[in-house]
Design a protein around this ligand. Sequence first.
Ligand code: S3P
Length: 445
Amino acid sequence: MGKKLLINGKHNSFRKTISIDGDKSISIRTLLLGSQAYGKSFIENILLSEDIINSINCLRKLGTKISFNKKICCIHGRGLNSFDFKKNIVLDAGNSGTFARLILGLLVKSPYYIKLIGDKSLSQRDFERVILPLQKVGANFKVNDKKTLPLKIIGSSFTNPIHYSENIGSAQVKSTVMLAALNTPGQTIIKAKKSRDHTENIFKYLSIPIKIKKSRSYDEIKVTGQKSFKSFKYKVPSDPSSCAFFIVLTLLSKNSELKIKDMNVNESRIGYIKILNKMGANIKVKNIKIRHGEKQADIFVKSQSNLKKINCPPTLNSNLIDELLVIFLVAAKANGVSSFSDLGELNKKESPRLKLGSKILNQLGIKTKLTKDSIKIFGNPSINLKKTIDIKDFYKDHRIFMTSVIAAYTFGGNWRINDVNSYKSSFPSFLDTIKKLGFKFELNK
Ligand code: S3P
């Protein structure tokens, strides 16, 4: 079960400037593309969380040399389809859905079967979404009826450029097909429901032939494959999904102010800032710069007591899917009833987050109305807990853990939160940052 985090939640005021760990989505993409480039790529500020360490270990098993000089990660790429590995290797992606799905795109030419495994949470997640397009490309799979891990993939020497409609709004699925396109002759065409576009941006940065036609809810992406590309340098911006915990903590604390430096403010990632500002926050995005095709900026946020309900437009869902749990906390503290719909995907994350998010709010005494893909949250601005709250059985979901910590400091009460190491999959400096802002906690068996 692991240690518990004990919080005797009392409000704390702070005025600070902080830096947050590197972006998880971008870190994984730089590793994967570095492995396919020619020469040494150097990645600064790469996230060093458990998900990334697992990704590095898997790439090393596939024969990619990855070294570190101080904190700079060096990927010794040997070009497209250059993985060099023994028969019967097993790749353990741990908790990382992003790595587990994306790496399959680079294995469509694998000459041997490769086994892909993950932890308990990852082993319950759907892989059919990437198996279907990759089968069309030419890969073969051995997988159980539920289409979950463990699975085995073997490639084919003749891969097909496919036309694929991605209708979930999943950046992971879109990116998996784009990576498969790298090792495929001709033009792969993906009609993808809008989702985060880091893979597109890094393809452009690396001059990989890509054309994108944008329409309101879909993008048409054309990738021409089998074109080698050179190694690169990249500085990873801070992860907006990790920053969201501290933005919400500031918003819901009293008399506090926070500046976060160099956050990734890619439009497809900051839906939550738009929603929080609509709820009455005054979050400012300043000093915008473009680096390697990604927008980054400094973020300024202050405490805000008079927050309003929100009716969250489902078109924004894929732009704030990873931040919904903390947005739910803001809705819990807002005036009125907030509603969120078309959220079936939220139950397919590291845990059934929609269900568990609702359960935690109910533990706090916040009324919710939950369906399989929607939630209404009946806000209570005067919430101030005195009771003991136990948070357990959450599949070690890092975002459930961190959301619970933020809730403890903003709503009061005595909290006992299980699986204290779970945050390390995405945000290893989370508890250090909590300490930096002056909040207290204890660890217990
Ligand atoms: C990610 C895409 C999203 C997101 C995940 C990271 C990515 O998942 O929830 O944390 O890096 O591509 P989906 O692609 O399943 O929407």
